[in-house]
Every structure is written in C-alpha cells, then in structure tokens.
Design a protein around this ligand. Structure first.
Ligand code: APR
Length: 312
C-alpha cells in the first residue's frame, strides 16, 4: 500500500514541501487550504509535472479535511508568515487558532498519523498540537533545527568554499534569535569549526545564522522563507516513512532531557517509523548549557503566552 501525506496549508511552504516530497516519490499527497480552488489548482499543476520527472505520485487538493483520511503523516504549514519587523512570536494569536483546528480536524480522519509542525512560533505550535490532542510525544515533531543547521552549513560553505556534503552544523534550542549554534560539535570533514575558521569569521556566521529567517523576510518583504523549510520537512517525512533512524535536530517534547520539562525544544532526535523515537543528549560545556537555558526561557515565555490565550 502506498503511503499518504497530507499537507495543511498549501501556501509557499506547503506547496514547496509537496514538490520536494513528490520528487522523492515517497507517498501520495493531499494539499489542504482554506482558499477555494488554490490547493486544487496547485495539486493539478504538480500532478501534470509528474510525467516530466517520471514520478508516480497522486496529488490532490482540497478545502475539506475529509480528503486527508488515513494519512500516515500530517504536515502543518497553515497560518500566516512573518512580515518585515515581526518576530515569530507575533504570529501566536492567529496561528494558534489555525493550528489548533487543523490538528484536531486532521487527527479525526487519521487517528494514527504523525504530525510535523512548521507553522510559527514553531516550538509552541508543536506544543499546542500535542497537548490539545493528547498525543504521545513521539507523534509530534517541530521542524526548525534542520533548517537552522542547514543555514549555518550554507554560510560555512560560502565562507570556505568546501562542499556542503563535508559540512555538518548543529543548531539546537528554540527557533528564535536565541537559538544555539554548537560550534564545538559542528565540523568540516571532522575538523571542529572552532579549529577551521578564525574566531571573528565564526562569530559572523553564528550571527547570520541566528538572523537567517529575518534576512529572508526583509528581502522578500511579503512573506518568509519556504524552500529550505520545505526541504527540511521532506527530509523528516522520508526518515519516518523509511524508518531510517535518522538523527537530526528538531523540536521535541522534553521530559527531563537537558534538564527541561513540559516544553518543546530543539534537540537532536532520532526519526523512525514511530516518529520521534529518541532524544540524543550531548555533553554540553558550561557556556553551551547557559545558552541552552537562555533559549529555553524564551520558548517557555511563548508557551506561557499560549496557555493564557487558549485552554489546552
Ligand atoms: N486551514 C488551512 N489553510 C489555512 C488556514 C486554515 N485554517 N488558515 C490559513 N491557511 C493557509 C493560507 O490560505 C495560506 O495559503 O495557510 C497558507 C500559508 O501559506 P503562506 O501564506 O504562503 O505562508 P508560508 O510562507 O507557507 O508560511 C506558513 O510556515 O514557516 C512558517 O512562519 C511560517 O507560520 C508560517 C507558516
């Protein structure tokens, strides 16, 4: 039987995720959006591209959640994106309402699905999805760490001219300006970035990584990044459907790991058929621990704001 992935929100991120997924020929796809005709039109256009790239993927668009029935994975990208001058947290009120409904409605039709959440503020939207629906923590994963780490890797590649395939960067923590780029663990072909790059260049890369989302928002002016977030999401879906046991940075529900509890936070996780199968705990030095704690505080504040906003 073919797998099925439903993507809620067929905007820039949702439709680009569908395209990356279709290229992988992983599963049949459903695009859902509130805009009439839009998901249907994009799905049809994409279906018409399949003969060209030679992929047998069924892609349909819908305005109703019924079309998502029996999905293996639900990807939530519905919501509003950032505009210049907005923080991810500014999206909280609007997106909590949208993600709350989208997660409950899709769960009704796919009681066993695993949820990948991309809508911002990401860590808190994943928290909402899990709590509101009483889901096991394995079944809700937030996409952010792969993206933030890929941004850092891209900047390192631009700086050094080394192949992106040789560069492994690890950015953990919340998906905000307080994210934690781990320079000690990040490496180029096994050589720590701290040894490979002069300190001032490394610092500039860290700063650019932290502001990576804003850099794109201020260039685009009408929305936020979507190619790289969508690629990250497709990688996560593939790891789950193929039961790869792939370790990637992603937002997971913390139960004591890294000394954190009852919150989503970006950590290295193992992705397999059951979703988030394991959290890997790095040995952090004092400086890294302090950065983790600071980032966790910011995420907790947004969780608290959500708890005041809606009853979950
Ligand atoms: N149900 C389904 N779709 C919805 C709903 C809803 N209740 N509310 C809004 N949408 C749709 C919009 O119609 C739009 O097509 O969500 C889509 C969002 O797409 P874009 O506006 O293009 O935004 P995008 O760049 O894809 O970002 C979506 O992902 O990365 C995050 O911060 C980003 O929170 C934002 C989300």
């Amino acid at each position: 039987m073919k797998n099925k992935i439903s993507i809620i929100g067929a905007g820039m991120t949702g439709s680009t995720t569908a395209l990356w997924l279709a290229e992988r020929e992983l599963a049949d796809l459903v695009l859902v959006d509130i805009l009439e005709g839009m998901p249907q039109g994009k799905a049809l256009d994409m279906a018409e591209a399949m003969p060209i790239i030679g992929k047998d993927v069924e892609i349909v668009g819908a305005n109703e959640y019924e079309a998502t029935k029996d999905s293996d994975i639900i990807i939530i990208t519905a919501g509003i994106p950032r505009k210049p001058g907005m923080s991810r947290d500014d999206l909280l009120n609007t997106n909590a309402e949208i993600v709350g409904t989208a997660s409950s409605e899709t769960l009704r039709h796919s009681p066993n699905a695993i949820f990948l959440v991309l809508t911002n503020p990401l860590d808190t939207m994943a928290y909402l999805t899990m709590k509101r629906n009483g889901l096991a923590r394995e079944r809700v994963i937030g996409q952010a760490g792969i993206l933030d780490s890929a941004r850092m890797s891209a900047f390192v590649a631009m700086e050094t001219g080394v192949s992106v395939e040789n560069i492994d960067c690890y950015v953990l923590g919340g998906h905000g300006d307080e994210m934690v780029p781990l320079t000690r663990h990040s490496n180029i072909a096994g050589v720590s970035l701290r040894d490979y790059l002069p300190a001032d260049r490394l610092e500039a890369i860290i700063e650019r990584t932290r502001k990576g989302g804003s850099e794109i928002v201020s260039l685009l002016k009408t929305g936020s990044a979507f190619y790289a977030p969508a690629a990250a999401c497709a990688q996560m879906a593939e790891a789950i459907l193929k039961d790869k046991k792939l370790i990637v940075p992603a937002a997971a529900y913390m139960q004591g790991e890294y000394g954190l509890n009852d919150m989503f936070f970006g950590v290295p996780v193992m992705l397999g058929a059951n979703g988030m199968e394991k959290i890997i705990e790095y040995d952090l030095d004092e400086e890294e621990q302090a950065a983790f704690a600071q980032s966790a505080e910011v995420v907790k504040e947004t969780h608290t704001a959500l708890n005041k906003l809606v009853k979950i």
